[in-house]
Design a binder for this molecule. Structure first.
Ligand SMILES: NC(=O)c1ccc[n+]([C@@H]2O[C@H](COP(=O)([O-])OP(=O)(O)OC[C@H]3O[C@@H](n4cnc5c(N)ncnc54)[C@H](OP(=O)(O)O)[C@@H]3O)[C@@H](O)[C@H]2O)c1
Length: 330
């Protein structure tokens, strides 16, 4: 029996084009001693994949080697096992790649409950949730009464950040790229305000939505909104730099705000990447599961079907056409 997997065969120039991938058909392998064979059911498409495709050796994780299966996280079922930690039938999650079947030695593989829908796990308990949780609780450390703003607010990380902050009693402002996304944030998720950064009067709307300035800024995008938001930061404000998706496909990143403003407003700005904190996944996962169970976190998943659509699907993240966590169902 055969299966398909996506190999990275070229580095992207700027944008992700179809010719950088090759979808290959291979025979399903047999796991060696200590290994398991996993049949993937759901793959996660994430903005970070653009960085993993580049040749940059100075990042937090090594680039994908040309010819290798494209790195991606996913959920699947163990169908053959030579590893007692992962018996046949176990549902597992890990960085198994853009593939229908994967061999794993168990490193980085986690057993996950079968009761929750895969969409809920990938949207909340997996990378988006642990990223939002770490950025909110460990970096921004919010206090009730403060004003928090989050960019890519209708995306998988941003939507959870805003809900966590609302649940803690903050005033929450979301920035997103369409009116539909803004309405979802205020009507369904309870954000106090949501502003479309593409509106000509974005700065006026931002000023009106933040009459007391901004205490906490969860930055996911860079781009048009960053400068005006920076200008509204309050003294001793904190900025968590989680992502800069507006720059990922540019030859040169946009210049950021002046450091003079950091001094004048005595700001704390901290970048973070989750692989540094993967040891906290059990703790964060438990907290997120509890929030989900209590109905404190809503999510929406954007599901596309078939591995052959994964490679073009990644671009939905960069043109803003994904509505929620981008998932490939196999
Ligand atoms: N530090 C970490 O460990 C970590 C972990 C996970 C994710 N991240 C980062 O968090 C950010 C959000 O990731 P996600 O998985 O939750 O993706 P997402 O928000 O679900 O999807 C990406 C969104 O980014 C917005 N976007 C794309 N290009 C943009 C541009 N030029 N200017 C402004 N917005 C733009 C689009 O929304 P609009 O329609 O609103 O434009 C798009 O839907 C990304 O930057 C990602 O790299 C970091």
């Amino acid at each position: 029996m055969s299966y398909h997997s996506v190999k990275l065969i070229k580095r992207p120039e700027l944008e992700i084009t179809e010719d950088i991938f090759n979808i290959v058909t291979q025979d399903i392998p047999t796991p060696a001693e200590g290994e398991v064979l996993v049949k993937l059911s759901h793959l996660s498409l994430d903005p970070a994949m653009r960085g993993w495709m580049s040749a940059d050796e100075n990042s937090y994780i090594a680039p994908v080697k040309l010819g290798d299966t494209m790195r991606a996280s996913g959920i699947g079922e163990v169908v053959k096992s030579n590893n007692e930690r992962f018996p046949v039938g176990a549902r597992v999650m890990g960085l198994m790649g853009l593939t229908e079947y994967a061999i794993s030695d168990g490193n980085g593989l986690n057993v996950i409950p079968k009761e929750l829908p895969a969409e809920a796990i990938l949207s909340v308990i997996a990378l988006p949730g642990i990223t939002a949780y770490h950025g909110v609780f460990e970096v921004l450390k919010p206090e009730a009464g403060q004003t928090l703003i989050v960019t890519a607010a209708a995306g998988s990380v941003g939507s959870l950040v805003g809900q966590m902050a609302k649940n803690l009693g903050l005033t929450v402002v979301g920035v997103a790229g369409s009116d539909e996304k803004c309405q979802w944030l205020t009507k369904e998720l309870g954000f106090d305000h949501a502003i479309n950064y593409k509106d000509a009067d974005f700065v006026e709307q931002l000023t009106q939505a933040t009459p007391n300035g901004i205490d906490l800024f969860f930055e996911n995008t860079g781009g048009l909104a960053q400068g005006p938001i920076f200008e509204r930061m309050n003294p001793h404000g904190r900025i968590a730099v989680c992502g800069l998706i507006a720059d990922y496909q540019k030859a040169e990143p946009a210049p950021g705000p002046s450091w003079v403003g950091i001094i004048k407003r005595r700001l704390t700005i901290q970048g973070f990447t989750m692989p540094d904190h993967f040891h906290r996944i059990p703790e964060y996962g438990q907290a997120l599961g509890a929030m989900l169970g209590k109905g404190e976190l809503k999510y929406r998943a954007h599901v596309i079907e078939g591995i052959e659509n994964a490679t073009s699907g990644i671009n939905l993240l960069f043109d803003g056409k994904n509505t929620g966590k981008l998932i490939v169902k196999l």
